[in-house]
Design a protein around this ligand. Sequence first.
Ligand code: ADP
Ligand code: ASP
Ligand code: MG
Length: 440
Amino acid sequence: MKVMKFGGTSVGKPERMHQVSQLITKDKERKIVVLSALSGTTNALVTIGHSIAAGDREAAKKQIDDLQSHYESFVQDLVKKDENRAKANQILKEHFEFLNIILRISFSEALSKDILAQGELLSTKLFSVYLDEQNVEHVLLPALEFMSIDVHDEPQISAIRSKLNQLLLKFKDEGLFITQGYICRNARGEVDNLKRGGSDYTASLVAAATQSTVCEIWTDIDGMHNNDPRIVGRTIPVEQLSFDEAAELAYFGAKILHPTCIWPAQQQNVPVKLLNTMQPDSPGTVINQSTPVSGVKAVAAKDGIIAINIKSSRMLLAYGFLRKIFEVFEKYKTSIDMITTSEVAVSVTIDNASNLKNILKELEPFGTVEVEENHTIVSVVGNEIAQTKNVLSKLFEALAPIPVRMVSYGGSKHNVSLLISSSYKTKTLQLLNKGLFGLE
Ligand code: ADP
Ligand code: ASP
Ligand code: MG
């Protein structure tokens, strides 16, 4: 079995869906194809949810109608035969009727998840109609029947494995399966999702559950690049990454991968390939267990970081001080990314501000608390970077003009993280591109 996941841009236009159909029928290996929503759809659904939550039904109605028109013209170019257009239009009718019904119901968190799920349901059903038109035999596997998360929003690995394999057993002679990325059921049995960009996570979970030979993530770029191509001028693809290196890059902001999507594949040692739907012959990036070569592979940046500094003269010799501080963050389910300590102060960073007020209140008794918002973590990733000759000197030389707020190294051998004010992000990524990779 192999898994092939296609992102929003890879299915965002009818001609792209046609191309995806060619890519998945190239060889006869049994495969599960995971699809995202068409590009722009999840953003549109988020906006619709916000309008409904704000009680602005008029705006929501207009947003739903605009989205529907987009899909109506999409279907015209996707399939040609009348019977298939009728089938596709019937699918649109059902899903847009559902959105229009939601307009009339009082809003809830659960309902907003139902809204978000429409994107992947639509893309997979429409793609299935296209495959029918091409006479490509396939089975549509409903992700809501096997993908689930627990009360902590974590995937239920063993339940996913057994439900998915049971489903597959029903179709022993079939070779091609299509399923939705991103969507799942939560512990209450409601429709939920794996957070934005979560289709990558679905792909990795499915690949692990089926012990696939490979998990291919097809997107709009030829692999993981050495730096963020949306920000710096010239970037180059990285040929190979270890699972740990890829996980660090994904977690610290390389948008090409969902932040936590690597671990399921890593656990089952399924190699992950990042490939370009628009240039299918480019080698892309291979992520696997092979012993990584030393040196810097790539840099990534994660925005929206808040730095919290706690100064306390009592910290001196006070064992248990850090535990008490961490317990506050634990209580509010807020994970800490970076930590630096001195004898009289500790600084930590968080990216989730939803409980910030409560956290700050509970930290007050420990000393003087200062908060700095709008920060960015820049991570330099590669195996044994600090041991690799000249890397740290080049790094700090390159960053001479940047006021670096925190530095963290040693937690993993693969990562040096720097905290900067977000206003310096572009400059920092450009300076590192030149200083570490010689690229401008
Ligand atoms: P998909 O819709 O296929 O999931 P995404 O938009 O989530 O695609 O991810 C691909 C995008 O990630 C690229 O178009 C690129 O702009 C962005 N990106 C950010 N950092 C990197 C990086 N280091 N390497 C490659 N792409 C990156
Ligand atoms: N459609 C979802 C999103 O845009 C999931 C994904 O594309 O991975 O976040
Ligand atoms: Mg993505």
